[in-house]
Design a protein around this ligand. Structure first.
Ligand code: 5AD
Length: 489
Protein backbone atom coordinates (compact mmCIF):
# COMPACT_ATOMS: atom_id res chain seq x y z
CA UNK A 1 0.00 0.00 0.00
CA UNK A 2 1.90 3.17 -0.97
CA UNK A 3 1.88 6.46 0.92
CA UNK A 4 -1.07 7.49 -1.11
CA UNK A 5 -3.54 5.54 0.99
CA UNK A 6 -4.84 6.55 4.39
CA UNK A 7 -5.91 3.34 6.04
CA UNK A 8 -7.99 2.44 9.03
CA UNK A 9 -4.92 1.70 11.11
CA UNK A 10 -3.47 5.17 10.57
CA UNK A 11 -6.49 6.98 11.98
CA UNK A 12 -6.98 8.29 15.49
CA UNK A 13 -9.10 5.99 17.67
CA UNK A 14 -12.75 6.88 18.15
CA UNK A 15 -12.78 7.45 21.88
CA UNK A 16 -9.53 9.14 22.66
CA UNK A 17 -7.39 6.10 23.43
CA UNK A 18 -3.74 5.94 22.27
CA UNK A 19 -2.91 4.82 18.73
CA UNK A 20 -4.51 1.42 18.31
CA UNK A 21 -4.44 0.70 22.02
CA UNK A 22 -7.70 0.49 23.93
CA UNK A 23 -8.58 2.68 26.90
CA UNK A 24 -8.09 -0.30 29.23
CA UNK A 25 -4.69 -0.86 27.68
CA UNK A 26 -3.82 2.80 28.13
CA UNK A 27 -4.37 2.45 31.84
CA UNK A 28 -2.18 -0.60 31.97
CA UNK A 29 0.60 1.15 30.09
CA UNK A 30 3.10 2.42 32.55
CA UNK A 31 1.98 -0.13 35.14
CA UNK A 32 5.26 -1.96 34.66
CA UNK A 33 7.93 0.10 32.99
CA UNK A 34 10.92 -2.20 32.64
CA UNK A 35 11.18 -0.97 29.03
CA UNK A 36 11.82 2.49 30.39
CA UNK A 37 10.93 4.26 27.15
CA UNK A 38 13.35 2.18 25.09
CA UNK A 39 12.20 1.91 21.50
CA UNK A 40 11.35 -1.07 19.31
CA UNK A 41 10.79 -1.53 15.60
CA UNK A 42 8.74 -4.56 14.58
CA UNK A 43 8.38 -5.63 10.96
CA UNK A 44 6.05 -8.45 9.96
CA UNK A 45 6.19 -10.83 7.00
CA UNK A 46 3.58 -13.38 5.96
CA UNK A 47 0.08 -14.36 6.94
CA UNK A 48 -2.67 -12.72 9.00
CA UNK A 49 -1.74 -14.88 11.96
CA UNK A 50 1.72 -13.34 11.90
CA UNK A 51 0.19 -9.88 11.65
CA UNK A 52 -1.96 -10.62 14.67
CA UNK A 53 0.95 -12.18 16.61
CA UNK A 54 2.86 -8.95 16.02
CA UNK A 55 -0.09 -6.98 17.39
CA UNK A 56 0.12 -9.04 20.56
CA UNK A 57 3.90 -8.71 20.82
CA UNK A 58 3.67 -4.91 20.36
CA UNK A 59 0.93 -4.67 23.01
CA UNK A 60 2.96 -6.73 25.45
CA UNK A 61 6.09 -4.62 24.96
CA UNK A 62 4.19 -1.33 25.18
CA UNK A 63 2.58 -2.47 28.42
CA UNK A 64 6.08 -2.81 29.81
CA UNK A 65 7.14 0.67 28.82
CA UNK A 66 8.76 0.01 25.45
CA UNK A 67 7.82 2.50 22.73
CA UNK A 68 7.14 1.55 19.07
CA UNK A 69 8.96 3.49 16.32
CA UNK A 70 8.59 3.49 12.53
CA UNK A 71 12.15 2.78 11.44
CA UNK A 72 14.93 0.46 12.51
CA UNK A 73 17.37 3.40 12.58
CA UNK A 74 15.55 4.92 15.56
CA UNK A 75 15.05 1.67 17.45
CA UNK A 76 16.94 0.15 20.38
CA UNK A 77 15.33 -3.22 19.63
CA UNK A 78 14.75 -4.46 16.08
CA UNK A 79 12.38 -7.39 15.67
CA UNK A 80 11.45 -9.29 12.51
CA UNK A 81 8.40 -11.54 12.62
CA UNK A 82 9.17 -14.00 9.85
CA UNK A 83 7.41 -16.34 7.43
CA UNK A 84 8.80 -19.58 6.00
CA UNK A 85 5.87 -20.87 3.97
CA UNK A 86 7.89 -20.51 0.77
CA UNK A 87 11.60 -20.18 0.20
CA UNK A 88 11.29 -16.59 -1.06
CA UNK A 89 9.40 -15.51 2.06
CA UNK A 90 12.03 -17.08 4.31
CA UNK A 91 14.82 -15.28 2.43
CA UNK A 92 13.36 -11.86 3.23
CA UNK A 93 14.63 -11.80 6.78
CA UNK A 94 18.17 -12.60 5.66
CA UNK A 95 18.12 -9.73 3.18
CA UNK A 96 16.92 -7.38 5.96
CA UNK A 97 19.66 -8.63 8.26
CA UNK A 98 22.19 -8.01 5.50
CA UNK A 99 21.84 -4.26 6.13
CA UNK A 100 23.46 -4.68 9.54
CA UNK A 101 26.61 -6.59 8.55
CA UNK A 102 27.71 -9.71 10.36
CA UNK A 103 28.89 -8.11 13.58
CA UNK A 104 26.75 -6.80 16.40
CA UNK A 105 25.30 -3.43 15.41
CA UNK A 106 27.84 -1.56 17.47
CA UNK A 107 25.16 0.84 18.65
CA UNK A 108 23.97 -1.43 21.43
CA UNK A 109 20.93 -2.43 19.42
CA UNK A 110 19.24 -5.76 20.01
CA UNK A 111 18.23 -7.66 16.87
CA UNK A 112 15.66 -10.42 17.32
CA UNK A 113 14.01 -12.85 14.93
CA UNK A 114 10.51 -14.08 15.71
CA UNK A 115 8.06 -16.44 14.04
CA UNK A 116 8.36 -19.33 11.64
CA UNK A 117 11.95 -18.91 10.39
CA UNK A 118 13.10 -18.49 14.01
CA UNK A 119 11.32 -21.70 14.98
CA UNK A 120 12.60 -23.58 11.94
CA UNK A 121 16.24 -22.54 12.29
CA UNK A 122 16.37 -22.42 16.08
CA UNK A 123 19.76 -21.63 17.55
CA UNK A 124 21.43 -22.34 14.19
CA UNK A 125 20.24 -18.85 13.37
CA UNK A 126 22.99 -17.38 15.55
CA UNK A 127 25.65 -19.01 13.35
CA UNK A 128 23.99 -17.91 10.13
CA UNK A 129 23.45 -14.37 11.34
CA UNK A 130 25.74 -13.48 14.26
CA UNK A 131 24.21 -10.02 14.55
CA UNK A 132 21.04 -11.69 15.91
CA UNK A 133 20.89 -12.16 19.66
CA UNK A 134 17.31 -13.36 20.12
CA UNK A 135 15.28 -16.06 18.36
CA UNK A 136 11.73 -16.81 19.45
CA UNK A 137 8.95 -18.93 17.92
CA UNK A 138 5.27 -18.01 18.06
CA UNK A 139 4.41 -20.37 20.92
CA UNK A 140 6.92 -18.63 23.20
CA UNK A 141 5.99 -14.97 22.80
CA UNK A 142 4.84 -14.68 26.41
CA UNK A 143 8.51 -15.19 27.32
CA UNK A 144 9.71 -12.25 25.22
CA UNK A 145 9.87 -9.66 28.01
CA UNK A 146 12.01 -12.07 30.08
CA UNK A 147 14.26 -12.81 27.12
CA UNK A 148 14.78 -9.09 26.51
CA UNK A 149 15.52 -8.56 30.19
CA UNK A 150 18.19 -11.31 30.03
CA UNK A 151 19.84 -9.60 27.07
CA UNK A 152 19.75 -6.25 28.80
CA UNK A 153 21.42 -7.73 31.82
CA UNK A 154 24.36 -8.90 29.72
CA UNK A 155 23.36 -12.29 28.25
CA UNK A 156 24.68 -12.57 24.68
CA UNK A 157 22.16 -14.91 23.09
CA UNK A 158 18.71 -16.03 24.16
CA UNK A 159 16.01 -18.20 22.62
CA UNK A 160 12.38 -19.25 23.14
CA UNK A 161 11.69 -22.32 21.04
CA UNK A 162 9.18 -24.44 22.99
CA UNK A 163 6.29 -25.50 20.79
CA UNK A 164 3.50 -27.13 22.72
CA UNK A 165 2.17 -24.33 24.87
CA UNK A 166 -1.32 -22.98 25.31
CA UNK A 167 -0.54 -19.63 26.79
CA UNK A 168 -0.57 -18.00 23.37
CA UNK A 169 -4.23 -16.95 23.44
CA UNK A 170 -4.91 -14.95 26.56
CA UNK A 171 -2.41 -12.14 26.08
CA UNK A 172 -3.00 -9.25 28.46
CA UNK A 173 -2.72 -6.52 25.82
CA UNK A 174 -2.94 -6.37 22.06
CA UNK A 175 -1.99 -3.34 20.02
CA UNK A 176 -4.33 -3.80 17.07
CA UNK A 177 -3.29 -2.01 13.88
CA UNK A 178 -6.73 -1.78 12.36
CA UNK A 179 -9.39 -0.01 14.39
CA UNK A 180 -12.56 -1.48 12.95
CA UNK A 181 -11.57 -5.02 11.96
CA UNK A 182 -10.04 -7.12 14.72
CA UNK A 183 -8.15 -10.35 14.22
CA UNK A 184 -8.72 -13.03 16.83
CA UNK A 185 -6.81 -16.32 16.83
CA UNK A 186 -9.03 -19.23 17.90
CA UNK A 187 -6.73 -22.16 17.08
CA UNK A 188 -2.96 -22.34 16.93
CA UNK A 189 -0.74 -24.87 15.16
CA UNK A 190 -1.57 -27.61 12.68
CA UNK A 191 -1.81 -31.42 12.93
CA UNK A 192 -2.13 -32.11 9.19
CA UNK A 193 0.92 -33.32 7.40
CA UNK A 194 0.43 -31.93 3.91
CA UNK A 195 3.49 -33.03 1.96
CA UNK A 196 4.42 -29.49 0.88
CA UNK A 197 3.84 -27.60 4.10
CA UNK A 198 6.22 -26.47 6.80
CA UNK A 199 3.57 -25.09 9.18
CA UNK A 200 3.26 -28.12 11.53
CA UNK A 201 7.01 -27.82 12.15
CA UNK A 202 7.00 -24.07 12.72
CA UNK A 203 3.76 -23.59 14.63
CA UNK A 204 3.50 -26.88 16.49
CA UNK A 205 0.48 -29.06 17.30
CA UNK A 206 -3.12 -27.79 17.27
CA UNK A 207 -4.34 -25.99 20.41
CA UNK A 208 -7.83 -24.45 20.52
CA UNK A 209 -8.91 -21.51 22.61
CA UNK A 210 -12.03 -21.95 24.76
CA UNK A 211 -15.37 -20.83 23.31
CA UNK A 212 -16.09 -18.72 26.40
CA UNK A 213 -12.69 -16.99 26.11
CA UNK A 214 -13.35 -16.19 22.46
CA UNK A 215 -16.82 -14.75 23.13
CA UNK A 216 -15.52 -12.67 26.04
CA UNK A 217 -12.86 -11.16 23.79
CA UNK A 218 -15.49 -10.43 21.11
CA UNK A 219 -17.53 -8.50 23.70
CA UNK A 220 -14.46 -6.45 24.66
CA UNK A 221 -13.71 -5.76 21.00
CA UNK A 222 -17.20 -4.37 20.41
CA UNK A 223 -16.80 -2.15 23.49
CA UNK A 224 -13.60 -0.82 21.96
CA UNK A 225 -15.39 0.11 18.72
CA UNK A 226 -14.61 -2.85 16.44
CA UNK A 227 -17.45 -3.90 14.16
CA UNK A 228 -15.73 -6.64 12.13
CA UNK A 229 -14.13 -9.71 13.67
CA UNK A 230 -11.92 -12.08 11.74
CA UNK A 231 -11.39 -15.45 13.41
CA UNK A 232 -7.99 -16.91 12.57
CA UNK A 233 -6.36 -20.31 12.53
CA UNK A 234 -4.04 -22.21 10.20
CA UNK A 235 -7.00 -24.58 9.98
CA UNK A 236 -9.68 -22.48 11.57
CA UNK A 237 -12.46 -25.03 11.21
CA UNK A 238 -10.45 -27.74 12.99
CA UNK A 239 -11.27 -25.72 16.14
CA UNK A 240 -12.52 -27.94 18.97
CA UNK A 241 -13.92 -26.34 22.07
CA UNK A 242 -11.65 -27.44 24.92
CA UNK A 243 -14.23 -26.34 27.52
CA UNK A 244 -17.24 -28.38 28.73
CA UNK A 245 -19.65 -26.46 26.44
CA UNK A 246 -18.14 -28.41 23.50
CA UNK A 247 -19.53 -26.10 20.83
CA UNK A 248 -18.89 -27.12 17.25
CA UNK A 249 -17.04 -24.66 14.99
CA UNK A 250 -20.37 -23.85 13.27
CA UNK A 251 -21.94 -23.03 16.65
CA UNK A 252 -18.99 -20.87 17.57
CA UNK A 253 -19.14 -18.71 14.44
CA UNK A 254 -22.91 -18.36 14.86
CA UNK A 255 -22.46 -17.21 18.46
CA UNK A 256 -19.72 -14.76 17.57
CA UNK A 257 -21.96 -13.24 14.90
CA UNK A 258 -24.76 -12.86 17.47
CA UNK A 259 -22.65 -10.72 19.81
CA UNK A 260 -24.45 -7.36 19.96
CA UNK A 261 -22.55 -4.75 17.96
CA UNK A 262 -20.72 -7.21 15.69
CA UNK A 263 -21.63 -6.41 12.08
CA UNK A 264 -19.24 -8.65 10.18
CA UNK A 265 -17.55 -11.95 10.98
CA UNK A 266 -15.05 -13.72 8.76
CA UNK A 267 -13.03 -16.86 9.41
CA UNK A 268 -9.89 -18.06 7.72
CA UNK A 269 -8.44 -20.49 6.67
CA UNK A 270 -10.87 -23.41 6.36
CA UNK A 271 -9.66 -26.88 5.38
CA UNK A 272 -12.01 -28.79 3.04
CA UNK A 273 -11.63 -31.91 5.17
CA UNK A 274 -13.38 -30.27 8.15
CA UNK A 275 -15.82 -28.21 6.15
CA UNK A 276 -19.36 -29.25 7.16
CA UNK A 277 -22.87 -28.39 5.91
CA UNK A 278 -23.52 -26.90 9.39
CA UNK A 279 -21.02 -24.12 8.59
CA UNK A 280 -23.01 -23.26 5.45
CA UNK A 281 -26.25 -23.32 7.48
CA UNK A 282 -24.71 -20.94 10.01
CA UNK A 283 -23.70 -18.51 7.24
CA UNK A 284 -27.15 -18.81 5.70
CA UNK A 285 -28.98 -17.97 8.90
CA UNK A 286 -26.67 -15.28 10.33
CA UNK A 287 -26.46 -12.11 8.25
CA UNK A 288 -23.40 -10.91 10.20
CA UNK A 289 -21.42 -13.92 8.95
CA UNK A 290 -19.88 -12.63 5.75
CA UNK A 291 -20.92 -14.31 2.52
CA UNK A 292 -17.38 -15.35 1.74
CA UNK A 293 -15.55 -18.63 2.25
CA UNK A 294 -11.87 -19.28 1.59
CA UNK A 295 -11.45 -22.99 0.88
CA UNK A 296 -7.96 -23.89 -0.38
CA UNK A 297 -8.03 -26.76 -2.85
CA UNK A 298 -4.30 -26.65 -3.85
CA UNK A 299 -4.79 -28.79 -6.99
CA UNK A 300 -7.51 -30.18 -9.23
CA UNK A 301 -6.31 -33.74 -9.79
CA UNK A 302 -7.17 -36.44 -7.29
CA UNK A 303 -3.84 -38.13 -7.85
CA UNK A 304 -1.92 -34.99 -7.02
CA UNK A 305 -4.16 -34.25 -4.04
CA UNK A 306 -3.35 -37.69 -2.72
CA UNK A 307 0.41 -37.11 -3.19
CA UNK A 308 -0.01 -33.81 -1.40
CA UNK A 309 -1.75 -35.72 1.45
CA UNK A 310 -4.69 -33.36 1.50
CA UNK A 311 -7.22 -35.97 2.67
CA UNK A 312 -9.87 -35.39 -0.03
CA UNK A 313 -10.42 -36.14 -3.70
CA UNK A 314 -11.48 -33.70 -6.42
CA UNK A 315 -15.06 -35.04 -6.20
CA UNK A 316 -15.16 -34.74 -2.42
CA UNK A 317 -14.00 -31.14 -2.68
CA UNK A 318 -16.63 -30.44 -5.33
CA UNK A 319 -19.31 -31.89 -3.02
CA UNK A 320 -18.41 -29.25 -0.43
CA UNK A 321 -18.60 -26.57 -3.12
CA UNK A 322 -21.97 -27.90 -4.18
CA UNK A 323 -23.23 -27.59 -0.63
CA UNK A 324 -22.03 -23.95 -0.50
CA UNK A 325 -23.65 -23.18 -3.85
CA UNK A 326 -26.99 -24.54 -2.59
CA UNK A 327 -27.11 -21.95 0.20
CA UNK A 328 -29.84 -19.30 0.13
CA UNK A 329 -27.23 -16.54 0.09
CA UNK A 330 -24.80 -16.13 -2.78
CA UNK A 331 -21.54 -17.07 -1.06
CA UNK A 332 -18.33 -15.87 -2.63
CA UNK A 333 -15.53 -18.43 -2.89
CA UNK A 334 -11.77 -18.05 -2.89
CA UNK A 335 -8.97 -20.61 -2.87
CA UNK A 336 -5.22 -21.30 -2.81
CA UNK A 337 -3.47 -23.22 -5.61
CA UNK A 338 0.03 -24.61 -5.83
CA UNK A 339 1.38 -25.18 -9.34
CA UNK A 340 4.32 -27.44 -10.15
CA UNK A 341 4.14 -29.72 -7.11
CA UNK A 342 6.39 -32.82 -7.46
CA UNK A 343 5.17 -35.00 -10.29
CA UNK A 344 2.49 -32.57 -11.54
CA UNK A 345 1.91 -33.62 -15.16
CA UNK A 346 0.42 -31.43 -17.85
CA UNK A 347 -2.78 -33.47 -17.43
CA UNK A 348 -2.84 -32.82 -13.67
CA UNK A 349 -2.38 -29.12 -14.32
CA UNK A 350 -5.22 -29.09 -16.86
CA UNK A 351 -7.44 -30.57 -14.17
CA UNK A 352 -6.59 -27.62 -11.93
CA UNK A 353 -7.60 -25.25 -14.73
CA UNK A 354 -10.85 -27.13 -15.29
CA UNK A 355 -11.59 -27.01 -11.56
CA UNK A 356 -11.20 -23.22 -11.58
CA UNK A 357 -13.67 -22.99 -14.46
CA UNK A 358 -16.08 -25.40 -12.78
CA UNK A 359 -16.11 -23.76 -9.33
CA UNK A 360 -16.07 -20.09 -10.31
CA UNK A 361 -13.86 -18.50 -7.66
CA UNK A 362 -13.95 -14.78 -6.99
CA UNK A 363 -10.32 -14.81 -5.89
CA UNK A 364 -7.41 -17.25 -6.25
CA UNK A 365 -4.05 -17.06 -4.47
CA UNK A 366 -1.62 -19.07 -6.59
CA UNK A 367 1.96 -20.07 -5.89
CA UNK A 368 4.81 -21.94 -7.51
CA UNK A 369 5.70 -24.98 -5.42
CA UNK A 370 8.76 -24.39 -3.28
CA UNK A 371 10.49 -27.23 -1.43
CA UNK A 372 10.54 -26.65 2.35
CA UNK A 373 12.69 -28.18 5.08
CA UNK A 374 11.39 -31.20 7.01
CA UNK A 375 8.45 -31.81 4.66
CA UNK A 376 7.49 -35.13 3.04
CA UNK A 377 8.02 -33.60 -0.41
CA UNK A 378 11.78 -33.78 0.23
CA UNK A 379 11.50 -37.51 -0.42
CA UNK A 380 9.79 -37.07 -3.81
CA UNK A 381 12.02 -36.95 -6.83
CA UNK A 382 10.11 -36.04 -9.96
CA UNK A 383 10.39 -32.31 -9.90
CA UNK A 384 8.92 -29.76 -12.31
CA UNK A 385 11.41 -27.20 -13.69
CA UNK A 386 11.27 -23.59 -12.46
CA UNK A 387 10.57 -22.47 -16.00
CA UNK A 388 7.61 -24.80 -16.34
CA UNK A 389 6.25 -23.74 -12.93
CA UNK A 390 6.44 -20.12 -14.10
CA UNK A 391 4.60 -20.95 -17.31
CA UNK A 392 1.83 -22.80 -15.50
CA UNK A 393 1.43 -20.01 -12.98
CA UNK A 394 1.07 -17.42 -15.75
CA UNK A 395 -1.51 -19.54 -17.60
CA UNK A 396 -3.54 -20.07 -14.43
CA UNK A 397 -3.42 -16.43 -13.39
CA UNK A 398 -4.54 -15.24 -16.82
CA UNK A 399 -7.46 -17.66 -16.82
CA UNK A 400 -8.48 -16.52 -13.35
CA UNK A 401 -8.17 -12.85 -14.33
CA UNK A 402 -10.72 -13.43 -17.07
CA UNK A 403 -12.99 -15.38 -14.71
CA UNK A 404 -12.87 -12.58 -12.14
CA UNK A 405 -13.58 -9.90 -14.71
CA UNK A 406 -16.66 -11.78 -15.88
CA UNK A 407 -17.85 -12.47 -12.35
CA UNK A 408 -17.36 -8.85 -11.27
CA UNK A 409 -19.08 -7.41 -14.33
CA UNK A 410 -22.28 -9.18 -13.34
CA UNK A 411 -22.34 -6.94 -10.25
CA UNK A 412 -22.60 -3.65 -12.20
CA UNK A 413 -25.83 -1.93 -11.14
CA UNK A 414 -26.13 -3.79 -7.82
CA UNK A 415 -26.09 -1.99 -4.47
CA UNK A 416 -23.64 -3.55 -2.02
CA UNK A 417 -22.84 -2.59 1.55
CA UNK A 418 -19.20 -1.65 2.14
CA UNK A 419 -17.09 -1.04 5.19
CA UNK A 420 -14.70 1.79 4.33
CA UNK A 421 -11.12 0.71 5.08
CA UNK A 422 -9.07 3.51 3.60
CA UNK A 423 -8.98 6.73 1.57
CA UNK A 424 -6.91 7.73 -1.46
CA UNK A 425 -6.41 11.51 -1.26
CA UNK A 426 -5.11 11.84 -4.84
CA UNK A 427 -8.25 10.26 -6.28
CA UNK A 428 -10.65 11.48 -3.57
CA UNK A 429 -11.66 7.85 -3.32
CA UNK A 430 -12.91 5.88 -0.33
CA UNK A 431 -11.68 2.26 -0.37
CA UNK A 432 -14.46 -0.04 0.76
CA UNK A 433 -14.87 -3.77 1.15
CA UNK A 434 -18.04 -5.73 0.52
CA UNK A 435 -19.10 -8.66 2.68
CA UNK A 436 -18.00 -10.91 -0.21
CA UNK A 437 -14.51 -9.44 0.34
CA UNK A 438 -14.40 -7.45 -2.90
CA UNK A 439 -12.74 -4.04 -2.96
CA UNK A 440 -15.32 -1.40 -3.97
CA UNK A 441 -14.04 2.19 -4.33
CA UNK A 442 -16.22 5.28 -4.55
CA UNK A 443 -15.92 9.09 -4.25
CA UNK A 444 -15.70 9.85 -0.54
CA UNK A 445 -13.75 11.55 2.22
CA UNK A 446 -11.32 10.51 4.99
CA UNK A 447 -14.11 10.73 7.57
CA UNK A 448 -15.82 7.80 5.81
CA UNK A 449 -13.21 5.40 7.16
CA UNK A 450 -14.80 2.88 9.51
CA UNK A 451 -18.34 3.62 8.25
CA UNK A 452 -20.72 1.32 6.41
CA UNK A 453 -22.43 2.62 3.24
CA UNK A 454 -24.65 1.26 0.50
CA UNK A 455 -22.72 1.69 -2.76
CA UNK A 456 -23.97 1.05 -6.26
CA UNK A 457 -21.45 -0.64 -8.56
CA UNK A 458 -20.86 1.43 -11.71
CA UNK A 459 -17.92 -0.43 -13.26
CA UNK A 460 -15.88 -3.56 -12.67
CA UNK A 461 -12.31 -4.70 -13.21
CA UNK A 462 -10.81 -8.11 -12.43
CA UNK A 463 -9.56 -7.06 -8.99
CA UNK A 464 -11.86 -4.30 -7.82
CA UNK A 465 -15.11 -2.45 -8.39
CA UNK A 466 -15.96 1.24 -8.72
CA UNK A 467 -19.23 2.67 -7.49
CA UNK A 468 -21.17 5.60 -6.12
CA UNK A 469 -22.87 6.04 -2.80
CA UNK A 470 -26.60 5.78 -2.71
CA UNK A 471 -28.89 6.88 0.08
CA UNK A 472 -29.95 4.47 2.75
CA UNK A 473 -29.82 4.30 6.50
CA UNK A 474 -27.12 1.62 6.86
CA UNK A 475 -25.87 2.31 10.37
CA UNK A 476 -26.65 6.03 10.12
CA UNK A 477 -26.34 6.67 13.86
CA UNK A 478 -22.99 4.90 14.11
CA UNK A 479 -21.76 6.82 11.08
CA UNK A 480 -22.76 10.17 12.57
CA UNK A 481 -20.91 9.25 15.77
CA UNK A 482 -17.70 8.36 13.93
CA UNK A 483 -17.79 11.44 11.75
CA UNK A 484 -18.16 13.60 14.87
CA UNK A 485 -15.21 11.77 16.48
CA UNK A 486 -13.09 12.28 13.35
CA UNK A 487 -13.94 15.99 13.11
CA UNK A 488 -13.28 16.71 16.78
CA UNK A 489 -9.88 14.96 16.86
N1 5AD B 1 5.19 -24.03 -1.85
C1 5AD B 1 4.29 -23.20 -2.44
N2 5AD B 1 3.16 -22.82 -1.85
C2 5AD B 1 2.91 -23.28 -0.60
N3 5AD B 1 1.88 -23.07 0.24
C3 5AD B 1 2.13 -23.75 1.38
N4 5AD B 1 3.29 -24.39 1.31
C4 5AD B 1 3.81 -24.12 0.08
C5 5AD B 1 4.98 -24.50 -0.61
N5 5AD B 1 5.89 -25.32 -0.04
C6 5AD B 1 0.69 -22.28 -0.13
C7 5AD B 1 -0.58 -23.12 -0.03
C8 5AD B 1 -1.20 -22.58 1.23
C9 5AD B 1 -0.78 -21.14 1.19
C10 5AD B 1 -0.89 -20.42 2.49
O1 5AD B 1 0.56 -21.20 0.79
O2 5AD B 1 -1.38 -22.83 -1.15
O3 5AD B 1 -2.61 -22.74 1.25
Amino acid sequence: MGNDLIQIGSMPPPQGAGAGVSAAQDMALGAETVGDGRTFYLETFGCQMNVHDSEKVAGMLMARGYRPVDSHQNADIILYNTCSIREKAAQKVFSRLGTFGKGRTGEGKIIGVLGCVAQQEGERFFERAPQVSLVCGSASYSKLPDLLAQLESGERRVSGLGLDTEDCFETELTRRDNRYRAYLTIIEGCDQRCAFCVVPMTRGPERSRSGAGILAECGRLVDEGYTEIQLLGQIVNAWQDPSPTRWSFAELVARVSEVAGVRRVRFTTSHPRYFTPEIVQAVDSHPALCDQIHLPVQAGSTELLSRMRRGYSRDEYLEKINCIRKAQRAISLSTDIIVGFCGESEKDFEQTLSLLAQVGYDQVFSFKFSLRPDTAALGFSDTVSEEEKGRRLAVLQELQRQNQLQRNQVLVGQVLEVLVEGFRPRLGQAVGRTTSNRVLNFPGEPADIGCYFPVQVTSAGPNSLIGKRVTGDHGAAAQAERRAAWKSR
